[in-house]
Design a protein. Structure first.
Length: 359
């Protein structure tokens, strides 16, 4: 079996050990005579998996007691709507910090729910080369919340220091960098992330939300969209994505076994540093459009001198066993997504290919 060097942006590579565990348990989970896919979500066998997944999130992210951990469906895109539906109270507005395509999508959906303000944007000639500086933020002290996108998956930018928003709840879409490093959850009112990059398969959305926000959230929306509905039922109000949560459990168990988020951070910084160095050391051929202090450790984007050379690069890399390097269709170029499960040897393959391609 030849596993490729997988640079997909999401769904993306999963740790081999998490997949092998699923393979070995698929036909018979813990001696129950059936797979997790066939278990009732109300039964003891599934319940143990579910609770272990919740515990692993709590442990790895050091989630404080006064936060709920939810496994929802509908992707991060559904949260773009559900966050304002719950937290954008009438008479209030919410601040959005616009840093790229995903922040814009979140803002666009929130506009369908209520009044929003743009507290900052880093758009320059249609591009987003960096994250904003604290002094650029025009925050409303009465806002219902401030929304940021911690890592822009398409633009390749990342907040390295989170903004100070005073007493207003900070809400982050962490879909593409959740658990890339230890994070102080207490700085946030709510964190959400589609699982399909760092946490597991698509179909599960992690929400970590402060309990007082659950309690004070709006009640004039359908029950299924109220955070309190799933919070009161440990995300088992209706049938969750049982297999998705099972596989997320496997992925988090592997992360824990490797030393948790401090180990993830060390490895991620090393991988990203190697690729950015390879780009910067050959300015005649490669160029990263992102300013240095905003560069993402998860999605490394770069350009070659012409789109034709970029196409050749992607084809050549594919022949050498590397997939997923074509930039997002909206921006072109090259994108190497190097999430937690991306192996160091894949990055080494890419760097070697970048050097050879130059020749
Ligand atoms: N936010 C970010 C930062 C993303 O990268 C993505 C997906 N690539 C989304 C939101 C949308 O996620 P989903 O497809 O789970 O709705």
């Amino acid at each position: 079996m030849a596993r490729v060097s997988n640079f997909n942006a999401g769904p993306s590579a999963l740790p081999l050990a998490a997949l092998e565990r699923a393979q070995s348990e698929l036909l018979d989970l813990n001696g129950s005579g059936m797979s997790v896919l066939e278990h009732s979500h109300r039964g003891k066998v599934y319940e143990a998996v579910h609770n272990e997944a919740v515990s692993l999130v709590r442990e790895l992210l050091a989630v404080p007691e006064n936060y709920d951990v939810l496994f929802l469906q509908g992707g991060a895109s559904q949260q773009f709507a559900v966050v304002p539906m719950n937290l954008l109270h009438s008479g209030k507005s919410a601040d959005y910090i616009i840093t790229g395509a995903w922040a814009k999508k979140a803002q666009g959906e929130a506009k369908n729910v209520g009044t929003i303000r743009v507290a900052a944007t880093t758009e320059q000639d249609g591009k987003f080369p960096r994250m904003p500086r604290q002094e650029e933020l025009q925050l409303d002290a009465n806002a219902a919340y401030v929304h940021i996108t911690s890592n822009e998956t398409i633009g390749g930018t990342q907040w390295h220091t989170f903004p100070n928003v005073g007493n207003v709840p900070l809400i982050a879409d962490m879909s593409s960098d959740i658990m890339w490093r230890p994070t102080d959850v207490s700085k946030f009112g709510l964190i959400y992330a589609g699982a399909q990059k760092n946490l597991g398969p698509s179909g599960v959305t992690l929400v970590v939300i402060r309990k007082d926000l659950v309690e004070s959230a709006r009640k004039d929306i359908p029950k299924i969209f109220q955070y309190r509905t799933q919070a009161a039922e440990n995300s088992l109000y209706n049938t969750p994505s049982t297999f998705g949560i099972y596989l997320l459990r496997n992925v988090l168990a592997v992360m824990k076994g490797k030393g948790g988020l401090a180990a993830m951070e060390a490895q991620n910084r090393k991988k990203a540093g190697l690729i950015y160095n390879a780009i910067d050391s050959r300015p005649d051929l490669y160029r990263c459009p992102v300013e240095k202090d905003s560069r993402s450790t998860m999605n490394v984007v770069f350009n070659l001198t012409t789109p034709e050379l970029e196409a050749e690069f992607v084809t050549g890399a594919q022949k050498a066993g590397m997939v997923g390097l074509k930039g997002h269709r909206s921006v072109g170029g090259i994108r190497a997504s190097i999430y937690n499960a991306c192996e160091m040897k894949w990055v080494e393959n890419l760097i070697e290919f970048m050097a050879q391609f130059k020749k």
